[in-house]
Design a protein around this ligand. Structure first.
Ligand code: PLP
Length: 355
């Protein structure tokens, strides 16, 4: 058995992969492959509608929020957020907690006036109470889970009149969420929700209609909301994968159960990491990510050995982010508890032999 702990695209539940294989062979009992579904016709419209319905039910998305199924990844949203939300020249606030929020702010600064309201130190995140927020920003952006750094905000910032905008690419649908606390939530799908190519944007209706005039239509949230995400061809297969993943989540206890599984998987690894000094987790305890468990062993050479031996044992993609180094196990929704148990057993054995 091979288990992937990739930071993305993530492992998927094997039953979802099997279902998709059958969808590709012939969708819905027909001779047409799921890859051949025209986006403007009934079958795909049903997939999109069911995906939206399940997402609303799973996350408790209030009726005054629109859900967009877009392309371009979270990285495209980095630039599109200010173009859509700060059209009247207002400044945008950014919390820099790690690699991905820095990328988001850098990209946004090409389109808008970006004010950094708080920064982390690489091992911990700035307490939301310390963010220097103003009352007249277009929005305040933060990244709930820093995938590269292994850091996660576990508490929500206090409510304010400035809409909170959040990149939840790494932890959407892994924990119970109060969507109404956010103006906009966005996430690439390839971590907790299936395949690359789809980006979700969940936006409160009153934030629509603020886009710059020169924004291309496929990137205009308002126009995409009006067109049911079909201004141009949506990523049909990635939407189907999301639909299958959402149904799997629903059949497996919903988001509350996903949160419990996420906590259990992370605890299994930290039990090994924290048992002595052999492994070390750079993230400070209150900000440790439940999704991306980053850890080190004594030297780069020992880390190479760890990766080689893990791979030989069927445990793959455990390397840290290229800018951060070290080791990392990403524990998205599709990563099974058996996979994590196998990794924990390997880590214990590696320590026994090399410690
Ligand atoms: N934001 C976060 C938190 C991520 O982890 C990633 C990818 O790892 C991205 C954004 C970028 O996503 P994409 O490559 O889909 O643009």
């Amino acid at each position: 058995t091979v288990y992937s702990f990739a930071s993305g695209p993530s492992a998927l539940p094997r039953e979802v992969v099997a279902e998709l294989a059958s969808d590709v062979a012939g969708y819905g009992g027909s001779e047409l492959s799921a890859l051949e579904l025209p986006f403007s016709e009934g079958m795909f419209s049903d997939v999109l509608a069911e995906a939206e319905r399940d997402l609303r039910a799973l996350l408790g998305v209030p009726p005054n929020y629109r859900i967009l199924f877009l392309q371009g990844g979270a990285s495209a949203q980095f630039a599109l957020l200010p173009m859509n939300l700060a059209g009247r020249g207002r400044h945008c606030e950014y919390v820099l907690g790690g690699h991905w929020s820095r990328r988001a702010a850098a990209e946004a600064s090409r389109a808008a006036d970006v004010w950094v309201v708080a920064s982390g130190d690489g091992c911990s995140l700035p307490d939301p109470k310390s963010w220097r927020r103003s009352s007249d920003a277009a929005y305040c952006h933060y990244t709930t889970n820093e995938t590269a750094d292994g850091l996660q905000f576990h508490a929500l910032p206090d409510p304010s009149d400035v809409p909170l905008v959040s990149d939840m690419t790494a932890d959407l649908l892994t924990r119970v969420l109060s969507v109404e606390r956010f103006g906009l939530i966005y996430a690439s799908a390839q971590k907790n929700l299936g395949a690359a190519g789809l980006t979700l944007v969940i936006v409160r209706e009153d934030l629509l209609g603020r886009a710059r005039q020169d924004i291309p239509s496929p990137f205009d949230y308002t126009r995409q909301a009006e067109a049911g995400s079909k201004i141009n061809t949506p990523p049909t297969f990635a939407v189907l994968v999301a639909h299958r993943m959402l149904r799997w989540l629903r059949n497996n206890g919903g988001v509350a159960a996903a949160e419990n599984r996420s906590k259990a998987k992370c605890a299994t690894l930290h039990e090994v990491i924290d048992s002595d000094d052999f492994y070390r987790c750079p993230a400070s305890l209150p900000h440790r990510s439940r999704i991306n468990v980053c850890f080190r062993v004594s030297s780069p050479r020992a880390e190479e050995l760890f990766l080689d031996e893990a791979k030989a044992n069927g445990l793959v993609h455990l390397n840290g982010h290229r800018d951060v180094g070290g080791l990392r196990a990403s524990l998205y929704n599709g990563v099974s508890e058996e996979a994590v148990d196998a990794l924990a057993a390997f880590m214990t054995d590696f320590k026994r032999r090399r410690g």
